[in-house]
Structures are given as C-alpha cells and as structure tokens.
Write a protein that binds this ligand. Structure first.
Ligand code: ATP
Ligand code: MG
Length: 207
C-alpha cells in the first residue's frame, strides 16, 4: 500500500442515454486534474427530472457500463440506482467518503448547466465544502452567467469552482432521444455499443 492521496472524479448524470459529451468531458478532466479514476454514477430517482418518463435505472446503468468499458480509468457505480426514493448528491458523496476515506480528494464533474443550479441542490453549502467542483464548458450555455455564478460562490462560500474547456460537443441526451423518436440517425454521437443496445431494446421509439 502506498500512502499517496487518491484523487477521484465523480461524474453524475441521468445518462439517458450516455453520449460522447459525457465521455469526452470525463476524460479531459481526468487528464487535466491528474485523477486516478473517474466513477460514473447513474442517478436513481433524481428529484429534478420528474417531468418526463426516465428510462429504467437498470437500463441506464447498463448503457453506462457499455460506454465505459474501453477506458481503464473509468468505473461505474450502482450507489444511486441501488438506493430507494429520491437520490441526492450529498448522500452519494458521503458514501464515497466512507468508502475511500476522508482524505481522498473528490472532484465532482459537471457540465456548465449544472453549475448554474448547484445552489438549489440539497445541502449545497455542505456539498461545496466536501469536494471540488469542476465545471466543463457546454455549448449553448452562456459563459457570462456561469462566470458570474462561479464568482458569486467564491464570494459567498469562499469556494473555488474549477472551469475546464473541453472540445465543444453540442450533444445532449435529449437530442439523441428526439432523433430516435423521429427516426433520424444517432451514429457518431455516442458509442456504437450503446447505439446497438438502444436499437435492440427499442428505446426512445415512437409509440
Ligand atoms: P438531458 O438532455 O436528458 O438533460 P444531458 O445530455 O444533459 O441529458 P445528463 O445526464 O443530464 O445529460 O448530464 C450529466 C452531466 O453531464 C451534467 O453535469 C451535464 O451538464 C453534463 N453534460 C452532458 N452533456 C454534456 C456535453 N455535451 N458537454 C459537457 N458536459 C455535458
Ligand atoms: Mg441534462
């Protein structure tokens, strides 16, 4: 055993389905922040996404596994899908701290849109103290409002939010679901294994 402090990235998401925007972001942050690994955490029942029918969590978990097999630094955790009721990031982070130890440095990776909402998350202040946040640029989300939010968090909570620029990928799960629904191609937007699985399971189809 070495005593080297572990640096772990956590990439939370609905992943309905997972796509290259998620994967390229996780890999860029892993590289720039020298992380030992990135753990993808598919959400269970997220309190903020009750509007639409979300694909069964076991299926989203499976697609996340399929998408990450080719990267030795990527892992998938069932921590949230195994939990009953609504799932909150604060509980997940506490569980990871228990598993990996209090000293382990955790980097929570989000797209820029998630940073805009972060203060509305459960126990936001405690959350900010517990880990580092890395906000990745995401096409379509104005840089100004994000920088303002980051400055505000710095001022009020004395907490730095790291910003990274990843190769711009205007890919979203919403767009992929719409494409399948309308019978348009999704090729090159997500790993082929996930594309095949969506086809096989008949996900997102009309009717
Ligand atoms: P949906 O359209 O259903 O909301 P999504 O594409 O936003 O799906 P989520 O599962 O909601 O995917 O996102 C999980 C995390 O990944 C969030 O922090 C989100 O900001 C980030 N993310 C998603 N797509 C990208 C992208 N293209 N570039 C950078 N970050 C992204
Ligand atoms: Mg989203």
């Amino acid at each position: 055993m070495t005593n080297k402090l572990q640096r772990i990235g956590i990439m939370g998401g609905t992943f309905d389905p997972i796509h290259f925007g998620h994967l390229v972001t996780a890999e860029a942050v892993r590289d720039q922040f020298n992380l030992d690994k990135v753990i993808f955490v598919p959400s269970g029942n997220p309190p903020h996404k009750v509007k639409r029918n979300i694909t069964d969590k076991k299926i989203r978990y499976l697609m996340t596994i399929l998408a990450t097999v080719t990267n030795p630094y990527f892992e998938v955790s069932a921590i949230e899908i195994d939990r009953e009721g609504y799932t909150y990031t604060i509980d997940t982070l506490k569980e990871f701290k228990n598993i990996y130890g209090e000293e382990t440095q955790i980097f929570f990776i989000t797209g820029a849109d998630a940073i805009l909402e972060i203060l509305t998350w459960k126990n936001a202040e405690e959350l900010l103290k517990m880990c580092n946040f890395v906000a990745a640029t995401r096409p379509g989300y104005a840089g100004d409002s994000i920088s303002e939010k980051i400055e505000y968090i710095k001022r009020i909570y004395d907490k730095e939010i790291f910003q990274v620029t990843v190769p711009s990928l205007a890919i979203s799960s919403t767009d992929i679901r719409n494409r399948v629904f309308e019978g348009r191609p999704i090729k090159y937007l997500l790993p082929e294994s996930v594309e095949r699985y969506i086809e096989k399971a008949g996900l997102y189809k009309r009717g």
